[in-house]
Design a protein around this ligand. Structure first.
Ligand code: NAD
Length: 465
């Protein structure tokens, strides 16, 4: 087992050296991260291909290019976002100046999953470095080629501030025994509980980026062929192993019938007549997940696909018509199975969603303004997207995160900077004149009158101007 304490100690002493604080250093790290992604693009694409059968184009879109765009966005705006923000001062404290400033937290631990092993480790890294922290990275052991590539290249491009600890549960357990200033975790609910319990020991703040079942609702007012194409794209990208993939579809029976036909056509147009032969279609990460998915499909009713090859970990894009109580509707699928679930209409769909854990994302395919409003007002989810799944991740101004069981906290762009910073309140009040003497005891009748004039009975402080 790789010893982790020295890595955490090196990260701590690098942060303590003060090297990470200057804006110039932070910008240089972001540039260097982009340089690594450009110069080592082929190595990372090959690693992703080996771990998950990802096509190089998909790796560029959702992993390598994604992180480069996030780093560039941070780089472009960092100076402005770091500027102190003035805050008005109430009359009782004047004359004085107040402002807030984003200050680094210290040493950040980032624990990543295997499904987007570059994006979900390096996008948080970009935010943590932009915020002036040093970082310990723990890539997933289930994407070993990508983990090895990250451990090989990151120290060359980002020496000093970044430590990579490879390994699985023993290494993560040892890391969690160390003291960090923030833990950023992306993964499943079970490990999130372990992380949260360990963080409690040191009162370490955490961000939890989790999963769950993301619903898609489709009604008759939408353009069904395009909706089906987008749902199939979101669901079957990375062989369904995407946290924001539509996990199941809700629609009335009258919509489900034609939608099912359109989904079959969409699958054929994305991956050809035999997805097993398509280089655009990924593979299941390991045997354990393959068997889990096989059990989910076999425990339900397959209406399209379902064929698989255990040796190659190929699992066809599959449509299901689940019966109430099928396990596939009880847990996050995280694979290429898409249950089609009938509801009587919009209101029942909303009740169905609200009867389950709050999703990471909710997708509504409807041209009806009333329906859009009803979902917006009547549900809670990490994100709500109309007519498109998953693409909200690519809008750097939108915070990305869950709510309730789908996560805690958010990141991307300025939200990353804020997640990995402490917004420090600063107040500067000059000693001359000493206006506070008006409120120092002893409380004479004059002082009482002055305080009454400054502080209204309703409890609102009166401000000048
Ligand atoms: P996971 O929870 O099994 O593993 C995540 C990380 O935690 C890995 O680095 C792993 O080594 C570590 N880990 C696992 N068990 C641990 C334990 N008992 N103690 C300490 N560390 C432990 O998750 P995964 O299988 O890699 O990823 C799949 C899950 O992640 C899905 O639920 C998915 O929805 C979620 N996910 C969420 C997002 C998001 O951005 N919200 C993105 C991708 C994946």
């Amino acid at each position: 087992m790789q010893t982790v304490a020295p890595a955490a100690a090196r990260a701590r002493s690098f942060f303590d050296s003060g090297a990470t604080r200057p804006l110039a250093w932070r910008l240089e790290q972001l540039r260097s991260l982009r340089r690594m992604l450009t110069e080592r693009r082929a190595e990372f694409a090959a690693a992703l291909g080996s771990d998950l059968g990802k096509h190089a184009a998909e790796s560029l879109l959702a992993e390598i290019g994604f992180v480069a765009a996030e780093a560039a966005h941070l780089e472009m705006n960092l100076g402005a976002w770091l500027r102190p923000r003035p805050v008005p001062v109430p009359l009782t404290v004047q004359p004085a100046r107040a402002w807030t400033e984003l200050t680094p937290l210290g040493v950040v631990l980032v624990i990543g999953p295997w499904n987007y092993p570059v994006q979900l480790l390096l996008a948080p890294l970009a935010g943590a470095l932009a915020a002036g922290n040093s970082v310990v990275l723990k890539p997933s052991e289930h994407a070993p080629a990508t983990s090895a590539a990250l451990a090989r290249w990151l120290p060359d491009y980002l020496p000093g501030a970044v430590e990579v600890v490879q390994g699985g549960i023993p290494e993560t357990t040892a890391l969690l025994a160390e003291r960090f200033d923030h833990i950023f975790f992306t993964g499943g609910e079970a490990a999130a509980r372990v992380v949260l319990r360990a963080a409690a020991e040191n009162l370490t703040p955490v961000t939890l980026e989790l999963g769950g079942k993301c619903p898609a609702y489709v009604d008759a007012s939408t353009d069904l062929p395009t909706a089906a194409k987008r749902i199939a794209w979101g669901r079957f990208m990375n062989a369904g192993q995407t946290c924001v993939a539509p996990d199941y579809v809700l629609a009335t029976e009258e919509v489900l019938e034609p939608l099912q036909r359109e989904l079959v056509a969409a699958i054929a147009s994305l991956f050809g007549p035999d997805p097993a032969r398509s280089s655009s279609y990924g593979r299941i990460v390991d045997d354990r997940h393959f068997e889990r998915l096989a059990a989910l499909a076999d425990g339900s009713t397959v209406v399209h696909g379902g064929d698989r090859d255990a040796a190659g970990r190929y699992f066809a894009p599959t449509l299901l018509r689940p019966a109430p109580g099928d396990t596939v509707m009880e847990e996050e699928i995280f694979g290429p199975l898409l249950p089609l679930v009938p509801v009587r209409g919009r209101d029942e769909a909303i009740r169905f969603i609200n009867g389950r854990a709050k999703p990471l994302a909710l997708y509504v395919f409807s041209n009806d303004a009333g329906s859009r409003r009803a979902f917006a007002a009547g549900t809670s989810s990490g994100a709500l997207c109309f007519d498109v799944p998953a693409a909200h991740l690519m809008v750097p101004g939108l915070p990305f995160g869950g709510v309730g069981a789908s996560g805690m906290g958010a990141y991307h762009g300025e939200h990353s900077l804020r997640t990995f910073s402490h917004e420090r309140s600063t107040l500067a009040k000059s000693l001359r004149p000493d206006t506070l003497k008006l409120v120092y005891p002893p409380y004479t009748r004059t002082k009482h009158r002055i305080i009454s004039a400054l502080v209204s009975p309703a409890g609102r402080l009166r401000r000048k101007g």
